[in-house]
Ligand binder design. Structure first.
Ligand SMILES: Cc1cc2nc3c(=O)[nH]c(=O)nc-3n(C[C@H](O)[C@H](O)[C@H](O)COP(=O)(O)O)c2cc1C
Length: 324
């Protein structure tokens, strides 16, 4: 039997703490991912729009920066998805997470190569299907999260997915501290994945403008763009985001056009006029830029305090029961 923090996710991924860095296009660089892995979590390279040769370079880089396990995130809408899957097999990457779609056709191939497969799901039905197809775990990502999103909140989704499947569940979306992690564990999750929190770190290569926007935003400062285009994404409400939303009403084509390349402009250039600053509602819970190690240590400490508090309260209840 594992303990709360030494559980099936730690065993599966061979990591110290059940904390995953979300795979993030442009922002999920080898430097940031290696910092998360070196701090005891699972760092994940965001393959995003990369072609196989770019991902190969990123894998070579992370291997110079850490000897701990790491993962690669592949988005299924990528035209290079087939090549990326072949590459992670060739490279014996320990873990693959999948976003934006149904990865069923790749699961057997990856598992035969000894790779752990963790799809991201936005519904309990999808979680059931992934379990049937042989996924090792699932990431249940709620609509509070940054980037492309589903329609159900983390609180309800994680609860439903925990009822639906027996494989381990990682909760994602809106988590930026140890109290939220404890809440997810109370629902039955055995790990958390964070995106926005890891962008606001010293090791993130993301532009300072992006990090500063996260720090100064509050919980109501994100909006959903792209919903009318069929690919809703949560972003910080900048002038650009307002413009996209207006165009979605007046000209879908123009909205689509200005969105092309806009995440790169935000992450790499910090371009406040033309960038999509994808981030979750938890921007309002993040008040400073820390090192990755500080983020990890603080979360584990807050988690332990939150759990201890609940245990204390439960013990008081037991005393009352005895007296009654
Ligand atoms: C800038 C950014 C880019 C992202 N890109 C991807 C991606 O390429 N693939 C993916 O599966 N998820 C992506 N996500 C989602 C994250 O992996 C993660 O699940 C999410 O950020 C968790 O919610 P949080 O931001 O509230 O922590 C992205 C998120 C952000 C903020």
């Amino acid at each position: 039997m594992g303990s709360l923090l030494k559980n099936r996710i730690c065993d599966l991924l061979n990591i110290e703490y059940p904390i995953l860095m979300g795979g993030m296009s442009w922002a999920g660089t080898p430097k940031l991912a290696s910092a998360v892995s070196n701090a005891g979590g699972l760092g994940i390279i965001g393959a995003g729009a990369m072609k196989a040769e770019h991902l190969k370079t990123a894998i070579d880089q992370i291997r110079l920066l850490t000897d701990k396990p790491f993962g690669v995130n592949i988005i299924l809408v990528s035209p290079s998805a087939d090549d990326l899957v072949d590459l992670v097999i060739q490279e014996h990457v320990p873990v693959v997470t999948f976003g934006a779609g149904n990865p069923s056709k790749y699961i057997e191939k990856l598992k035969n190569a000894g790779i752990k497969v963790i799809p991201i799901v936005a519904s309990d039905n999808m979680a059931r299907m992934m379990e049937r197809m042989g996924a090792d775990a699932v990431i249940a990502e709620g609509m509070e999260s940054g980037g492309h999103i589903g329609e159900v909140t983390t609180l309800v989704l994680v609860n439903a997915v925990c009822r639906a499947v027996k494989i381990p569940i990682v909760a994602a979306g809106g988590i930026a501290d140890g109290r939220a992690m404890a809440a997810m564990f109370a629902l039955g999750a055995e790990g958390i994945q964070m995106g926005t929190r890891f962008i606001a770190t010293k090791e993130a290569d993301t532009h300072e403008n992006f990090k500063n926007l996260i720090v100064k935003s509050n919980i109501r400062d994100t909006v959903i763009t792209g919903a009318r285009l069929g690919h809703p994404a949560r972003v910080i409400e900048t002038r650009f985001a307002k413009k996209v939303k207006e165009l979605e009403v007046t000209s879908l084509q123009e909205a689509e056009e200005i969105l092309v390349g806009s995440l790169r402009k935000a992450v790499v250039e910090g371009n406040l006029e033309e960038g999509s600053f994808m981030a979750g509602q938890c921007v309002g819970l993040i008040n400073s830029i820390k090192s990755v190690e500080e983020v990890m240590k603080d979360i584990i400490k807050e988690f332990n305090i939150a759990v201890a508090h609940l245990v204390e309260e439960a013990n008081k209840l037991k005393c009352l029961e005895v007296r009654i």
